[in-house]
Design a protein around this ligand. Sequence first.
Ligand SMILES: *[C@@H]1O[C@H](CO)[C@@H](O)[C@H](O)[C@H]1NC(C)=O
Ligand SMILES: *[C@@H]1O[C@H](CO)[C@@H](O)[C@H](O)[C@H]1NC(C)=O
Ligand SMILES: *[C@@H]1O[C@H](CO)[C@@H](O)[C@H](O)[C@H]1NC(C)=O
Length: 257
Amino acid sequence: MINLVVIKMSQWKLLVLLSLLTISQCNSEIPSFLKICHRSDLHLNECVKHSVEAIKPHLRVGIKELNIPSCEPLKISKINISQSSPTIAVKFVSTNILIKGGTHFVLKKVNIDFDKNQIELKIFFPRLSMTSDYDINGRIMMIPIRGQGQSQGNFSEINADIMIQGERYENNIDKKIYFRIKDVLTYFDVGHANMSLDNSFNRDKTLALGMNTFLRDNWKTVAVDMKPAIGNSIADLVKKYTEEIFSKYPLDLLLPL
Ligand SMILES: *[C@@H]1O[C@H](CO)[C@@H](O)[C@H](O)[C@H]1NC(C)=O
Ligand SMILES: *[C@@H]1O[C@H](CO)[C@@H](O)[C@H](O)[C@H]1NC(C)=O
Ligand SMILES: *[C@@H]1O[C@H](CO)[C@@H](O)[C@H](O)[C@H]1NC(C)=O
């Protein structure tokens, strides 16, 4: 109504108003490579899939606008894995972790349930390789293990299922509705793995040798036992990276009607 009056009164005033609006919205403008999908789109899931595909090359170099650093290699400062099961009771602390291959993922499925605030992702990684410093303390198959050094591992054909449960909230500052993550559930499966631990910070070389033989022969058991801890680390990463996007743009901008 007011706009109509303005148009009749003088068109240039409206133009000034519009350009002011445009300028004030510049800061929260979505980067052009973030492909916008509409929630009413019948093929919403396909659209989001393409949108994520379009971000992939940018993840390799990092996205300054979203505070996302280069993900190739992906740097993680620390992962703590505490596990106790009949076969393994260890505390494994990895630091200075570098993961290569993470951006070569294939997004196999996206399923968004807008009303339930749920996002389901199925992601395939053909191959990941990882290096880190480690400190291990515990027992594996009743054998006491203690050591520090560098670890190296290769993992192939990794299938990850990620379930995100989110919620909507009103931002105090702009009074708009945003999306944030409440819970992330991950399930993953590793086709094959090679792991080796060197013992550079220890004198006892036979221990490292035994450890590596054990890992070579039992990686599947170890991987299964460590799954919950690794799953939690993946969940933390998903949360950290997607929150850079979700906290920055209101839902109506990210997923307009
Ligand atoms: C990880 O383990 C180290 C060494 O045991 C400990 O000092 C640190 O507080 C732990 N960090 C977390 C986040 O659990
Ligand atoms: C592990 O090593 C074996 C033999 O050295 C190799 O055939 C296999 O491809 C490796 N697996 C990974 C995930 O690198
Ligand atoms: C992982 O793969 C790299 C390159 O293919 C290889 O040099 C390294 O020995 C492998 N690591 C293990 C633990 O087999």
